[in-house]
Design a binder for this molecule. Structure first.
Ligand code: ADP
Ligand code: ADP
Ligand code: MG
Length: 477
């Protein structure tokens, strides 16, 4: 018998395609779900079977009871949640297990503990990981004042249930903190269903560096080095690199071993990521753990040659890790650019709509994980991620040149994308030096200006369409 009879891929977009591909290579049939407004999505055509769930456009993907029911009806014996949607919901993981379906992810209890940002910090501290100085949940103005005295300004006021870069505000003075407390709590209740907020020291000019781990159900754990995800807009990653250009082999080993130790204490298995902030003296502070496959996992796959999604599936099926820590070798450099349907020149405003022309890049060292095609109408309801363009090179110089070449080849017309913006980032001396911090985009935005790409015939289309409308109007008169 194979690893599983059938896997329910409970997601959409590029990550659903990524998981279906892994299942195909392992000889496992797949079933997926979609909502009415998402009927042209590409994951539907890639899976062996696709079932309509409701209501659309989004709620059907979040209806865990319905997804479990559909999975059982289709004869699936495992569920892969991808990222987003139900991926970090420990109750969903538990409900899958209760229904006799293997959840392809870590144990629900580890998800519960790490999903609570305040508890996660406490557990990390107990495991010997340095954490960002911070407070427990703040209930009153007095508590806020006491903790502000201990931590010191500037600080971040964070929602305990926050995620996806949302739910944090900077506070520089006691007055600001006391004025923000109530509003932050109300906002947290509204956005995350949990009013709890806490304080964290603001680490100035940090790098965001995260360690990838992978483990089996027999207590074996390895780490696969780090990713530098400091290029962010609104606290959300958009370009990632592996390995970091600043981490020394000693620091990598130290952080990796600590991440494994913390994971072992949680009884962790499957893939997971420990996120850290790192200052210029290479002091590192645990930020949070993501108990799922991460968007940017392909760059780790490119430098290690290890298939993380297949690793998750094998671990879930109870297979033993065949790799030891010594087998993990990092080769060369990789970059990921998140190709988003957004307008960087308009504050990264979403740009859904019809793709009128599409031509994907390729060639040596290029990997593309996408979910769009020419004629596809990008729906406004979901994540703006169209594709993840990754490049691999023997050297940093080679990977920079290769990524720029691939971005130049990549043609997406009809909507605005982040492609032309990334070419500017790749040219910037601070990016090329590898020394960039999470402040890079906010600070360098003015120097990253570019002209929009227009093909000569685009103008003809516009002129033609205008003329057609005019003639129509005249004909009607
Ligand atoms: P990663 O850490 O894997 O790079 P992100 O932190 O950007 O990715 O989040 C992964 C996905 O999950 C994104 O699609 C993001 O929008 C979504 N996400 C994560 N947490 C939340 C949350 N609490 N609320 C809304 N969306 C979230
Ligand atoms: P999320 O759950 O939204 O991913 P994180 O806690 O992982 O939230 O933080 C996301 C990003 O916000 C970080 O990568 C970093 O850029 C910024 N950030 C978060 N906490 C701090 C902090 N204490 N000091 C400085 N920057 C921070
Ligand atoms: Mg995070």
């Amino acid at each position: 018998m194979g690893l599983f009879q059938k896997v329910m891929v409970a997601n959409r977009g590029e990550i659903a395609v990524r998981i279906i591909r892994a299942c195909k290579e392992l000889g496992i049939p797949t079933v997926t779900v979609f909502t009415e407004q998402d009927a042209n999505a590409i994951h539907i055509t890639k899976a062996d079977q696709a079932i309509l769930v409701s209501p659309g456009p989004v709620a059907g993907y979040l209806d865990h009871a319905q997804i479990i029911e559909v999975a059982r009806w289709a004869g699936a014996d495992a569920i892969h949640p991808g990222y987003g949607f139900g991926a970090e919901n420990w109750q969903f993981a538990q409900a899958c297990e209760d229904a006799g379906l293997t959840f392809i992810g870590p144990p629900p209890e580890a998800m519960r503990q790490m999903g609570d940002k305040v508890l996660a910090r406490k557990l990390a501290d107990e495991a010997g990981l340095p954490t960002v100085p911070g407070s427990p949940v703040i209930g009153t103005a007095e508590e806020a004042q006491t903790w502000a005295g201990k931590i010191g300004f500037p600080m971040l006021l964070k929602a305990k249930g926050g995620g996806g870069g949302r739910g944090m505000r900077r506070v520089d003075t006691l007055e600001q903190l006391l004025n923000s407390l109530q509003g932050a709590s109300q906002e947290a209740a509204r956005n995350f269903g949990d009013p709890a907020v806490y304080l964290e020291k603001l680490i100035e000019e940090p790098k965001h560096i995260e360690i990838q781990i992978l483990g089996d159900k027999h207590g074996n754990l390895i780490h696969l080095g780090e990713r530098d995800c400091s290029i962010q807009r609104r606290h959300q990653k958009i370009i990632e690199i592996a390995p970091s250009l600043v981490l020394t082999p000693e620091k990598r080993r130290e952080m990796g071993e600590l991440a494994k130790r913390a994971a072992a204490l949680l009884g962790y298995h499957s893939a997971g990521t420990m996120e850290f902030l790192v200052d210029k003296d290479l002091n590192y502070y645990f930020l949070e753990m993501n108990t799922r496959i991460q968007v940017e996992h392909p760059i780790t796959e490119l430098i290690t040659g290890i298939d993380l999604v297949a690793g998750q599936i094998k671990a879930a099926a109870g297979e033993r890790l065949t790799l030891t820590q010594d087998d993990v070798r990092l080769h060369g450099f990789a970059i990921e650019c998140r190709i988003n349907a957004e307008d960087p020149r308009n504050n990264f405003f979403p740009s859904p709509g019809r793709i009128t022309r599409y031509q994907s890049p390729g060639g040596i060292g290029i990997r593309l994980d996408g979910c769009v095609f020419g004629g596809y109408e990008v729906p406004p309801y979901f994540d703006p991620l169209l594709a993840k363009l990754c490049a691999w090179g023997n050297t940093w110089e080679e990977v920079l040149n290769r990524m720029d070449r691939a971005l130049e080849e990549y043609i997406i017309r009809g909507i605005k994308t982040t492609i032309p913006f990334y070419r500017q980032v790749l040219k910037h001396a601070d990016f090329r030096s590898g020394l960039f911090t999470t402040n890079f985009l906010a600070e360098k935005m003015p120097s990253l200006a570019y002209k929009d790409v227009h093909e000569p015939w685009d103008l003809f289309y516009v002129a033609g369409a205008t003329l057609f409308c005019e003639l129509n109007q005249i004909a009607k008169k």
